[in-house]
Write a protein that binds this ligand. Sequence first.
Ligand code: SAM
Length: 210
Amino acid sequence: MVEHQLRAQGIKDERVLAAMESVPRHLFVSPDLQAAAYDDRALPIGEGQTISQPYMVALMTGLLELKGDEKVLEVGTGSGYQAAVLSRLAAEVFTVERIDALASKARRMLKYLECSNVSVIVSDGTTGLPAHAPFDAIIVAAAAPHIPQAYIDQLKINGRLVIPVGSRFSQVLYKIKKTSDGITSSISTPCAFVPLIGKEGWDERESYEA
Ligand code: SAM
């Protein structure tokens, strides 16, 4: 996966590549999907949710510019795979999931893999995680209709936010940097994530009806 898909598609960050090489992605999917676990695509994880495509995990993780001593917030724990990758690259990881069953499963796997610097929390991540703010980096693994102000407020100065923003079905990846003079923002790859549902995200009914 690392050599033939990530490097081949232009991922150059050696720390990110090493972290992804060290996390067994097949343990984060059900036994019937393990043969496909190293394909470069999103896979179902139950509850109508997905584990993200490896390329997208690598790209988003690289955009966070982690050096090793950061406190990171992930919104959308899902299977826990992205959190396991982050655990190799940062000092402390808080990951928030709205679906209890997914959070419990992820917590078990992260414990099994000894990712002791990761805390899994069940809550509506659209309002961030004020009790543990501020963060050096925030990564949002679900599609937002707009950028919730809470994420900007909960970033440290020089902190980075990576988030897919757009419609229910297609988005663009945004990287936001908070500086002492304000916000800088850049746009990269088009993407398609499951919806970020909650107070500052999509309405749950709307997302199922769409
Ligand atoms: N990072 C995950 C992984 O490595 O498996 C994949 C995340 S999946 C694409 C998106 C996740 O975001 C889903 O598990 C979904 O339940 C969750 N989610 C959606 N809205 C949320 C919210 N407001 N707060 C927390 N989690 C949310």
